[in-house]
Design a protein. Structure first.
Length: 113
């Protein structure tokens, strides 16, 4: 696969998952106790997973480690996307707790300073 084909494939994955990526980004900025509790539990699982990529060689976007070696997602956002499943589709360690629609309706607290 050429560099251009690899780039196109990465961009397609980002585009296909833009809602979940935005959800994780939003939930990392606008804090919510429920989201943070889920994120902490998921983070613990991910930090002990064989798919953990601390160096960034499997990250979808360069320089975003630690990331999931299975899907390439930045873990800081992935664990806060409540409508996302674990990136390891063959042996998932955790599952979505809300649908995308339920996540969109989630009441968020004011950001912590």
């Amino acid at each position: 696969m050429s560099r251009l084909q690899k780039l196109k494939a990465k961009l397609q994955v980002l585009y296909d998952n833009k809602g979940k990526i935005f959800e994780g980004l939003k939930n990392s900025v606008v804090k919510n106790e429920f989201v943070e509790n889920v994120a902490r539990a998921r983070w613990e699982i991910c930090m002990n997973c064989e798919q953990l990529d601390s160096e960034g060689s499997k990250c979808l976007v360069k320089g975003t480690q630690p990331c999931c070696g299975a899907c390439g997602c930045k873990l800081h956002f992935k664990v806060r996307s409540l409508s996302s499943d674990c990136g390891d589709t063959k042996n998932p360690k955790w599952f979505a707790v809300l649908t995308q629609e339920e996540e969109d309706d989630l009441e968020l607290d004011e950001p912590e300073n």
